[in-house]
Design a protein around this ligand. Structure first.
Ligand code: FES
Length: 111
């Protein structure tokens, strides 16, 4: 189940440092990535097969080295940060499921 609005996901400074923050509670897996100066949240389930994007190495950085797109480590699907649209790979045209978040002061919270 999704955490309720106002739930603290992470510190803003931590997202700026890592670029990706994974969020795990029982029954829900999500992640937040830094898109320039905005946090973007998505449910951590690839449209291709429903697995978390980290792959079998349980990678915790969900962006390419250039930090221009989100990447799924299983089969290389790539997604736009701002819309979650898959622009390459086996699920092209599908979308990540949005998980709305915003920055409030020093924190990133659900909305
Ligand atoms: S599970 Fe993400 S590309 Fe296959």
């Amino acid at each position: 189940m999704r955490p309720p609005p106002g739930t603290v996901v992470c510190r803003w400074a931590d997202l700026q440092t890592t670029g990706t923050v994974l969020y795990r509670v029982e029954g829900f897996e999500g992640f937040v990535i830094l898109d320039d100066y905005l946090p973007r949240g998505y449910v951590d389930a690839c449209p291709h097969n429903g697995m978390p994007l980290g792959g079998d190495q349980e990678e915790t950085d969900y962006q390419t080295r250039e930090q221009d797109v989100i990447i799924c480590r299983w089969h290389g699907a790539s997604f736009l940060k701002d819309s979650g649209e898959c622009i390459g790979g086996p699920c092209a045209g599908d979308h990540l499921e949005p998980w709305p978040v915003e920055r409030r002061g020093d924190e990133v919270v659900t909305v």
